[in-house]
Design a protein around this ligand. Sequence first.
Ligand code: NDP
Ligand code: HSE
Length: 436
Amino acid sequence: MKPVKIGLLGLGTVGGGTVNVLQRNSEEIARRAGRPIEVVHAAVRSLGRERICDTQGILLTEDPFEVVRNPELDLVVELIGGCGLAKELVLEAISLGKHVVTANKALIAECGNEIFAAAEKKGVSIFYEAGVAGGIPIIKALREGLSANRIEWLAGIINGTGNFILSEMRDKGREFSDVLKEAQELGYAEADPTFDVEGIDAAHKLTILASIAYGIPLKFDKVYTEGISKITPQDVIYAGELGYVIKHLGIARRSQAGIEMRVHPTLVPASNMLGKVDGVMNAVMVNGDAVGNTFYYGPGAGAEPTASAVLADVIDLVRSLEGLAAHRVAHTGFAADQLGEDNLLSIDQISSAYYLRIEVLDRAGVMASVASILGELDISIEAIIQKEPREGETRIPLILLTHVVEEQRLNQAIERIEALKPVSGSVVRIRMDHLD
Ligand code: NDP
Ligand code: HSE
């Protein structure tokens, strides 16, 4: 049978992994897709660079538009990243009637509404499974496998680099910068690693998940985003003493008030499955009204795990090239005229339980003053620990866990606590979620 010819834009970590997996599993993939699939054309920034894959038989170019405009290609795979050149290339491919597979979550989260509209107009598809949680087929699970459910909430560890850093710091006491460097060498990190560390990458992914879960347009700018760079080893230890671990979670939740989308460090019970997800592994827990809790786990980054998702999309597209286009699932699982009105909540409007660390003078009555502020604002306390003063210090950390309260009310309490004379510095606040 005539092979399907595809072009790759980018031959770095993910592009190289894609070529390797396709070459290694070519027979199995051809049996599944119904036709052999061949990479015949690929664009790179620098032809002289060493590659992780064998490029024999692939025409290489430094002009990515050459690939997009190659009339022999049935589809192109965008693996360059970012929203500049990648967007131009994808829109050009669409205008030429080509289907596109991409691993670029920034592109989908920030420009997806425009790209999907252009693709729908032209009758082509944009597949982006690799954009969220690396090798875990979470897009397919949420968009198709759970399509009978009303999705109540989802919570996930959706950045491999960040989870790798947190795990290595906690388990091996390694320095933040040292672990980040290793994540970059392993090909996990984004071109700009602040995207990983400050939660921007996770916010891109959460935007996509929320759009599929709730049938709303992609609204990246509405995601509340907080990174992991301010987490101290101290908080990791205290959380552990209380039976929690700190994870960087993306959370989308539907309540009567509206839809929450937030990315921030979160205390989760150490016994919860999400609390046990370490290293570069990712996991997403999805709660649907019919199915209850479901859990998806796997590698969140890296060459071949990501290639697994890229190629699954390519195979899906190849299967539908022969006249099945009309049955293809809409880009977010909801046709454009079915997208709902969204009522996206700001972080002040959410409710959560909280971990608070307050540095106070070690003297009588301080704990009572803090407790009375919380009591006056009707914020109930789940647990308190007061640590011994460190040698030579007169201040002690007071650790408090609260029950669920509106963030707005907690902000008032924090403001009043910080104004107390015996309290120094800012109160450290980390949201908690029991994931129930
Ligand atoms: P890399 O930096 O490893 O690869 C990028 C590729 O794009 C390189 O081959 C580079 O060429 C090429 N490129 C860059 N600029 C140009 C240009 N102007 N013209 C032609 N080619 C160009 O990135 P990754 O493979 O890690 O990531 C690719 C995409 O996949 C990103 O969107 C990323 O967010 C996403 N992703 C990455 C994952 C991972 O684990 N790494 C996991 C999931 C998604 P050259 O090699 O010559 O420099
Ligand atoms: N930089 C991303 C991560 C790649 O570490 O999760 C996978 O999307």
